[in-house]
Structure formats: C-alpha cells, structure tokens
Ligand binder design. Structure first.
Ligand code: MG
Length: 417
C-alpha cells in the first residue's frame, strides 16, 4: 500500500453556545480540518486536527511531497520524516503528524479489516467513560445556553446527567474571579452526591492563589485539580501544599517533560491528547511510562469531531492504566461530519468503534455543508473573548471577567490592528 494523495477540508461545526476559557472563548463553533489520505488501493484513511479556530488545509496538503509514495504501515517512520526533534526546532509539525498518523492507522485497519485498537495491542475495555465537561458559556445568538451562575451551571449539569448519564463532572474555569468560580464548583459538587468532580482553570491562577483555591475544595470528591497554575515548578509548589492530586495537559505534553516530571514530580496525572502528543501511538508509549512510574492517566480533549473522538476511544480502549474518565467537548456539538451522526453516550460512556480502521466514515454531504459554513464564517480567534475584545490574559491572570449579567449579547468585533 502506498500513499497517492492527501486532501484537507476545513469545516466549521456549530456549538450549542460559545464556550469560555482562561484565554478567550470558542466563539460558538469549532473550526476543524478533516484530513483524507488516499492509498493506491483506493482506500482512504481519515484524520482530523483543530487548533486556534484556524484552517490547517495548506499545512496538511503541504506535506504531500513528504508522503506520496510512503507505505502507511510504516507508521513509526512518519515521526522521523515529519517531526524529527531537532529538525522540529525549525518547523514544528507535531499536530500535523498526529492527523497523518490517525489516517495511516485508519488505512492499515481498513486494509486488514480490523479496528485500530487491534493494531495497538487490543482493547482491554469496550466503552470509555467520559466526564461531563462543563463550561461557563456566553449565550448563543438566539439568546439561549448562557452559563454564568452556579444555578445555571447545576441546571445544565443536571440536563447532561439525565441525557448522557455522566457521573464525573469537569468544570472549565479561569474565567471569573477564583472565589466566584470556587463557589460555582462547590455548588456543582454538592448537587451530585456520589459523583466525582474536577476543576481546570488552564493554569491561570498564581501559585499562592492556586494553593488557596485547592484548600477551599479539598473536602469535595475531587478526581484531581487540573493545571491550577502554570509551569512545572509552579505545579510542584501547589502539589506540596494540597492533598488533591494534580493533573496536567499543559506542562507535560512531550517525553522530555514526562522525564522531568518522573525525576522531580510536579504532577500526578498525565492527560494524554492524541493531537498534542503527535498521535495515538505516542500516547500509548507515554501511558506505558506512566504505568512504570505509577502516574495516573486520562484522555484529554482539545476539541473534536467524530474522527478525533474515535482516536480518543481507541486510545482509551487499549491503555490498561486509564485511571479516570476521559474528557470530551463532544456533547457541546450540534452535529458531526461522520456517517450516522454523533456517536451516542450511554451511561456516561461511549462504545469503542469495532469497524475496520478508526470505525467511522465521512458523511460527504455533512462535510460539504460544514465546509461551506467555514467559508461563510471564516476563522475565529480562540485566544480572544468576544465580550472583551481588547482583553488578553497575563499568567497569572488578575483581570477576570465580571460575573454580573451583561447588558446585551457579547460584542463580536474581531480584533483590528
Ligand atoms: Mg486542561
């Protein structure tokens, strides 16, 4: 089998409402680029990447000279062809490598008629549990979906529990003043006795503020506290001052950082992201290191449509030491570009696909529909808040959003020069 062509299609997928985070917001939509790698036997492997609300079409198709003629079964060679660590100092392609790796694994599975998890050691579980992944949200254009208060947060969580069966709740913070967010988080935890919780302000708190925050939630049933502050040393100082395990998807995102964290622990739980780490296979390797050194592991979500979700499911299926429920933004999507529509949750979990390859196929009509929506709406600045167009955060942040109700819908001005 040889690669003969690579195609990339950027799509815009509407969300229920804009999702707020410490750097800005997802502006009511995800921008994702669907990657198709075609082989000389006519099979097509699927990949996906996101990032920053921008299209990645040109970056993906720019890899054609590297990949045409390559056997997709030689997956390990891809790392050295595209993301050699010293060459990457000039041209960092880790996330592109991930999208190509997904497609090459999909091709191998389709060629042999086996699911990707069988290529990766075989599944040790058939469903992957997920957390509810709650955000503070701006209202959607029709005025619905705002989450700003503890009451709105708990009501939304209750709807998700009823609909999808979640028993683990993650709150994305780093938006409002920490004392306000702590009270919202406490209200969430107290609304669901017996459920577990996790809080993630994306590293926005200073070390001392993070310690104060941690001490204010230590009595709750926390899975972990995720990236309360920025940097390995900052995390280490927080860890020394709280009983809650710390997790990260920001300061341990490669093997160098994993080694540093093993030698001088700053984080207890490593959140593996199939895009950030450069593919499913490096995540499995990292999970092996974590198993050896007794670190916790969970599956991180950097935003996903059904193809990326499938990579997370195959990863979750084969990693024995998956200590915690996975994260996914998936339930915030209004639709998907895979055939059959969105993969369903049941009992707070999603079944691991067992079809050949990744086990998902494109719905070409949906792909065209949402590619047209991208052409219509264009990119969005992930690191800006539409309600505060002139604001950008410092680390640690001290300029929080005001939790009081706003006078109207958020301003939509895209930054000017
Ligand atoms: Mg995180």
């Amino acid at each position: 089998m040889k690669i003969v062509d690579i195609r990339a299609t950027t799509v815009t997928m509407p969300l229920e409402a804009p999702l707020r985070h410490s750097n800005g917001a997802h502006w009511g939509r995800f921008v994702r680029t669907v990657v198709e790698v075609e082989a000389d036997n006519g099979l097509i492997g699927l990949g996906e990447m996101g990032g920053g609300g921008q299209s990645a079409e040109a970056a993906v198709t720019g890899l054609k000279p590297y990949l045409v003629g390559h056997d997709p079964a030689r997956t390990e060679a891809l790392r050295w062809m595209l993301a050699n660590p010293t060459a990457s100092l000039y041209n960092n392609r880790t996330q592109l490598l991930a999208a190509i790796e997904f497609a090459c694994l999909d091709l191998q599975g389709k060629e042999h008629g086996v699911p990707v998890h069988e290529l990766l050691g075989g599944k040790v579980r058939s469903t992957v549990p997920f957390a509810s992944y709650l955000f503070f949200r701006h209202p959607a254009d029709d005025g619905t979906g705002e989450i700003r208060t503890a009451e709105q947060l708990v009501e939304h969580a209750r709807e998700l529990v009823d609909e999808h069966g979640f028993s683990v709740h993650k709150l994305k913070g780093g938006v409002f003043p920490p004392d306000y967010e702590r009270e919202c988080f406490r209200a969430l935890a107290e609304a669901f006795p017996g459920h577990r919780v996790r809080f993630d302000p994306n590293g926005a708190l200073g070390v001392e503020e993070a310690i104060r925050f941690a001490r204010g939630i230590e009595d709750l049933d926390n899975d972990y506290l995720e990236d309360p502050t920025w940097g390995l040393n900052g995390m280490r100082r927080v860890r020394e001052n709280t009983a809650i395990p710390l997790a990260t998807n920001t300061v341990v995102v490669n093997f160098e950082q994993l080694a540093a964290n093993v030698r001088d622990p700053a984080v207890d739980v490593i959140l593996l992201d199939t895009t950030f780490w450069g593919g499913i296979r490096p995540c499995i390797k990292a999970a092996g290191v974590c198993e050896t050194f007794q670190l916790g592991v969970a599956v991180h979500s950097s935003g996903e449509l059904g193809i990326q979700l499938a990579t997370m499911l195959h990863l979750g299926a084969v990693v024995p030491n998956l200590s915690f429920a996975a994260d996914a933004h998936y339930h915030h999507l209004r639709d998907d570009i895979i055939a059959g529509g969105k993969l369903p949750y049941g009992g707070g979990a999603i079944a691991v696909p067992d079809g050949p390859g990744l086990g998902v196929e494109l719905d070409r009509d949906k792909l065209a529909e949402y590619a047209e929506l991208f052409r219509e709406l264009g990119p969005y600045p992930y690191d800006r808040d539409p309600a505060r167009p002139d604001w950008y955060p410092l680390l640690p942040n001290t300029d929080w959003a005001d939790p009081a109700p706003s006078a109207g819908p958020p301003a939509r001005r895209v930054m000017g020069p």
